[in-house]
Ligand binder design. Structure first.
Ligand SMILES: CC(C)(COP(=O)(O)OP(=O)(O)OC[C@H]1O[C@@H](n2cnc3c(N)ncnc32)[C@H](O)[C@@H]1OP(=O)(O)O)[C@@H](O)C(=O)NCCC(=O)NCCS
Length: 177
């Protein structure tokens, strides 16, 4: 399970999680150029693969963040990515984020991957406080959070990085005592 950032199986054994690299740009572009996937993400929809390359590079800038590619084992294909890293506003909390190619929604893959990532952060990195948020109009993301054990905490809002949209959002937390 994820422990040394080498490729490793998730518990349900359908995915391998391994560190995201620039070689994954083409796969990532297949969904971060798709507005059905990007609508509620903080990044803007990519219209050229060079933007996806920059997206991967920016994800890697903060060395404290862990960014994984979700590889569907049966076809050896990258179908999504997920991350966990220290939250810049809520001291002591680590935030999670994820996105998945549209063709692979509603099969439990994101929940499977994020459960493994949260388990890794807690058991191997000693992270005891996790948080995330999703747009009120994007409840599918909230279901992933709930299936990963996070509980609703408060309402707020977040904006796209380019400032083009602000979303009313539900904020969630998971804490170990
Ligand atoms: C958020 C996102 C990753 C969720 O994808 P998803 O496919 O709904 O989530 P999962 O992969 O965990 O699938 C869960 C669903 O699959 C179903 N499912 C099917 N087979 C399953 C299995 N073997 N195991 C678990 N769940 C399974 C579950 O019943 C569940 O549906 P339900 O919640 O209606 O019961 C996806 O919608 C996405 O990429 N959205 C755009 C990006 C985004 O919004 N990111 C988050 C920003 S805050």
């Amino acid at each position: 399970m994820l422990y040394d950032q080498q490729g490793t199986d998730t518990r349900d054994d359908r995915l391998v999680l391994r560190p995201l690299t620039l070689d994954d740009a083409e796969a990532c572009y297949s969904w971060n150029s798709d507005e059905r996937v990007t609508k509620y993400m903080s990044y803007s929809t990519c219209t050229d693969i060079s933007q996806t390359v920059n997206w991967i590079k920016s994800a890697m800038i903060d060395k404290a963040d862990w960014n994984w590619a979700f590889v569907l084992k049966e076809v050896n294909k990258v179908i999504g990515t997920g991350s966990i890293g220290p939250n810049t506003q809520m001291k002591g909390y680590w935030s999670i984020g994820y996105n998945l190619h549209y063709d692979y929604w509603h099969k439990g893959y994101c929940t499977e991957a994020m459960r493994a990532i949260i388990d890794f952060a807690h058991t191997k990195l000693g992270v005891n406080k996790i948080c995330s948020e999703h747009a009120v109009d994007n409840p599918r993301s909230g279901k992933v959070l709930e299936k990963c054990g996070l509980k609703f905490d408060h309402f707020g809002e977040y904006s796209k990085i380019d400032g083009s949209q602000t979303y009313k959002a539900k904020f969630y937390k998971l804490e170990w005592k």
